[in-house]
Structures are given as C-alpha cells and as structure tokens.
Design a protein around this ligand. Structure first.
Ligand code: PGA
Ligand code: ZN
Length: 436
C-alpha cells in the first residue's frame, strides 16, 4: 500500500473558456495523477455547489481560486497518509470536512477535484487500468457493507452504448429550440468503433442537409452538436431522421433517437412554456401527450428530463403512461443524488438515471447512486457536462461500473473526443482488436 504524500490544485479553463479546478496528487512511491472538474450549464437546483469567486474583476466572477485554495489549504492536508486505492475512506474524509447537503462549505468542485484525482492515483498505485480500478471499487464482493452487498453485481467491465448529440438547443445553443438535445444511439452497431463511424457519417450528412436547407449548419453548440435556428423541436427530429437515412442507415433499426427535453428550463408557475411553434404553454399532461405523439411518429427510444425537477406527480404520470414504451431518464430530477433516486424508485418516477459526478461531488456517492439505480432495475447513463476538459475519467467510469450507456455530447470537439478516444482504447482490450 502507498499513501498520499502531496496534493496540489490550480485553476485551469474548460471547453467554454470558463475556469475550473485541476487537482494533482502524488503518493509516497512516486505515482502521480491529476483530474479536472467538469461544469454544467443546465444545472439542476439540487446539484452540489460549484464554488465560484464572485470577483467580477476576474472571469466575470466565475474564477475558482477559492475552491483551489480550499483544496490546497484544507482538503490536501486532510488526505495526507491515506491509501489512494481506498476511495471510500478518502471520500468519507472529504464528506467529514464538508458535511453540508450541497457541499457549500468547501465547494463541490473542490471536493470532486480531490476525489477524482485520488481515484486516478489509486489506479496508478495499483498499476491497473482506471476502469479496472473503478470496477474493483464498485464491485460489491471486494468490499464489506450491507448496502454494497445487497446491490446487483456486474460480472465484468463492459462497453456502454453511446448516446450522441446531433442538434443542440435550450441553454446549450442560445435558446434556439425548447428541447436541449436531439441525440442518436447506434443500437445496431456490432461494436463501439463501428458505432462511432456510423455516428460521424450521420453527423456529416446532417451538416450537409442543414446547409442545403439554408441553416448555418456549421455552427455548433456547447457540446459540439449543430445549433441551427429551427422552427420547432419536431423539425430538429426530422432533420436527424433524414440524416440517418442519408447515411445509408435504418432509423429505428440501426440507429435510434433520444431526446433531452431538459424541461426544468422552460417550467414556471406549474406550466411548461414552449414557443408557439412547439405548442405554447402546456400542463404536465399536455406535454406528455406531445411526447407520446413524438415517440409514436419517430424512432425515439429514450427521453430525458421530459418533465421538471420538482414535478414528481408529473413524473409518476409520465412513467405510468410511457415507462413500458421508452427509456425515461432523470437528470435534473435525480442530480445523481442517492436520496432523490431512492424517492424516484419508491414513487415510480423514471426508469433510468443520468449520472454526472459533479452533481453530487464525490466518486463514492456517484458509485452509490449507480448501485442503487442498478439494484432497482433502472438503466444507468454516465454523462459528461456541457463544460468539459481533456480529462477522460468519464469513459473509464462508464466501463468500470458496467453502465448500459454513456452520454458525452457530440462527435466533435476535443473535450468530447478525449472520452470517445479513451473508449476506443479500452474497447481494444475488451472487445478485441478488429482486423480487416
Ligand atoms: P449540462 O447539460 O451539463 O449543461 O447540465 C447536459 C445534460 O443536460 O445532459
Ligand atoms: Zn440533461
């Protein structure tokens, strides 16, 4: 066993040019690792606090020097001497330093930077691939504890099915569409590499179709998806279906569609306020009617945040009506929070969870959320944020916990490709190298 000997944090920039936290960690045997914290735009109200300086003279107040300082002065010293391979003990120490619900004392970004760096250092110290270390940490048989033992197990790490952004709307593309993303899933692809090749082909055909229709098909949103000023959500869906066909693939068979409605962002005073071309102000029932129409007309197999994060009764109605037809994903609804996921399971809300480590703030809590979801038969989608970095931990996390799916954004921009490329590297090991 090695022990943590040095921790150092600094401010770096994410894919939107906004400051974020990087943490470097060394053990006494000379292993070193570092991690960078992602950042959302369509953040749920129940997420861990992203501590920002508020000093308007720097980055319009978005600096993270206070979070960095919290790592360097408080968190780092508290982790000295701990075994980096023992993620649960490290995170317990972090949670003891900031026991607040939303990590408001030290900042979710400060805690997560340390938690992720420790995870990576643990893999380095054990001389195993990161996903293998995550698997060993996640796998109940390797750890005592009734909660862990009670959860369903996965027998080995496995490749997730990607969910890839094609058209961005909502807060990710200047509010051009109500719905936040139209995505594709290469469900018929025999392996990851083929699925990615299909996806790139669809993406290119889509760019061409948008340009031919007079849209600025080359402008992209925060996650690398196209951000055209379309007339309606429906038009966005239709473009993606046409792009799949133009790529020589069969919509619904080779490739299915997924939506991220991100409904919290157009919900106010109990009503869903869509633009007129998409239906105007709707009740929960009426919005579910519209979603039901969309899934009956188009090959949509997954709908995320179809309703708002506080609309629990709406979510029960939605799940009762559509839960056996389509995957219903809770993102803002659950915010990777085991307590909220438990409530969803008990009340019959959603049938899948989106897991974003920075929503909750530590690796262990994220693993707990994943286990809980898995044990209740909810599907798990490990997800990036709209603000990302070259850090590719996410890919290993999805593989290590055997998540059914992964959501990284589009198939453009290096902060996205860092994760896809990492998946390709892992796939060589898990799927075996394909030769022509
Ligand atoms: P966010 O968006 O990172 O801006 O929250 C991603 C998503 O909603 O899935
Ligand atoms: Zn979402």
């Amino acid at each position: 066993m090695t022990v943590i000997a040095k921790v150092h944090a600094r401010e770096v920039l994410d894919s939107r040019g906004r400051p974020t936290v990087e943490v470097e960690m060394l053990d006494d045997a000379g292993h070193c690792a570092s991690a960078m914290v992602p950042s959302g735009a369509s953040t749920g109200r129940f997420e861990a606090l992203e501590l920002r300086d508020g000093d308007l003279a720097r980055y319009d107040g978005a600096g993270v020097l206070r979070a960095v300082d919290n790592v360097n002065r408080v968190i780092g010293p508290a982790l000295m001497g701990l075994d980096p391979a023992d993620q649960f003990s490290i995170d317990d120490r972090l949670l003891a330093l900031d026991p607040t619900d939303r990590k408001t004392q030290l900042g979710g970004n400060a805690l997560l930077g340390a938690s992720l760096a420790a995870l990576r250092l643990g893999a380095a110290a054990r001389h195993v691939w990161l996903y293998e270390h995550i698997f060993a940490t996640y796998e109940p048989t390797t750890a005592a504890g009734s909660e862990r033992a009670a959860a369903q197990t996965i027998d080995r790490p496995r490749m997730p099915l990607p969910m890839i952004n094609m058209i961005s709307g909502g807060l990710h593309a200047g509010g051009n569409l109500d719905f936040q993303d139209v995505l594709v899933q290469p469900v018929g692809a025999p392996d990851l590499a083929t699925g990615l090749e299909w996806t790139v082909r669809i993406y290119r055909r889509l760019g061409k179709l948008l340009a031919e229709a007079g849209y600025e098909g080359t402008l992209v949103g925060d996650e690398g998806g196209f951000g055209p000023r379309l007339k309606s959500n429906r038009e966005a869906i239709e473009f993606v279906v046409r792009a799949i066909a133009a790529a020589g693939l069969r919509p619904g068979l080779d490739v299915t569609l997924a939506l991220d409605v991100a409904a919290t962002h157009f919900y106010s005073d109990g009503m869903y306020r869509l633009r007129a071309t998409s239906g105007g102000a709707l009740t929960s029932d009426e919005l579910v009617d519209e979603i039901e129409r969309l899934i009956s007309e188009y090959p949509i197999t997954s709908v995320e945040d179809a309703l708002a994060e506080e609309d629990w009764s709406g979510w029960q109605m939605l799940t009762a009506r559509l839960g056996n037809k389509v995957q219903l994903v809770g993102d803002d609804l659950f915010t990777t929070n085991p307590a909220r996921i438990r409530w969803g399971i008990e009340t019959g809300a959603a049938n899948a969870v989106l897991v974003k480590v920075n929503q909750i703030g530590t690796v262990s809590e994220s693993l707990r959320a994943l286990r809980l979801a898995h044990s209740a038969g909810y599907r798990r989608i490990v997800s990036a944020r709209s603000g990302e970095t070259e850090d590719s931990t996410l890919a290993d996390l999805a593989v290590g916990v055997g998540a059914e799916q992964i959501k990284i954004g589009s198939i453009a921009r290096s902060e996205r490709l860092a994760k896809y490329n990492r998946l390709l590297k892992i796939a060589e090991r898990l799927e075996g190298v394909k030769t022509a």
